[in-house]
Unconditional design. Sequence first.
Length: 267
Amino acid sequence: MIDEPLSITEPPPFIERLRRQLRGLYFGRDREAVRFQVAMLLVDIAILCFFILGPYLRKGPAYIIVDYAIALVIAFELGARALIAPNLRYWAMRPMTWVDIVVLGTLLFPNQLHNFAFLRVLRIWTISQSKLVTLTLRRLGHGDKEDVIQACVNFLVFLFLVTGFVYSNFFYGEDGFAGFVDALYFSVATVTTTGFGDIVLPGTLGKLTSIVTMIVGISLFVRLAQAIVRPYKVTFPCPQCGLSRHDADAVHCKACGHVLNIPDEGA
């Protein structure tokens, strides 16, 4: 008797319909999909504003309610992206997935993980990675500023990550706005290598924090300056040699001379 090969179990019809609908909403370009993408982007911006104002709203009675409501939104996004991903491995390997998992943990356990709440600022980076942002910039005729905007976002994310870490570990006990301002002041002075020295982080952790801030911060600062100064180039891999960045009006590849066919909207 010949054994029949095992067949891969197909997902239930309901799951498959839901997956198709979510893919249409997340990646579609029709009116309904664009409305959904804009709504999710506005929700992300509102969440970001809540995170920034979190240290000053924590004592309010509605804080924990909003906190768990945002946790539900992020959990929905995680589940939706898991459904529309080609496979779970692809979903698990994406940086945005781990960012949202960490943020979700700080929302579900705010008292236990308050020292990690500064990681919520990584939502700025996830917003900047949205395809809707890129599409909007191109539709508005600012596609040439995409690299500059991304460099600005990376710099701001790092600056506020350092500020949040310094505030959580060194200035958290101070009342009011002064603690956060001191943390931001230290971060800016360190990243720009100004180094006034009037605020110094104590102990070994403080020294290590200063070292990492200076090394990574100045690297991102230089990257930002390069993005602003250098000429705009488009990303279009050459079929012959693989060079991926060319002048917007390039006809031939600078590396091998191969004729390019860069898509142009005809400005």
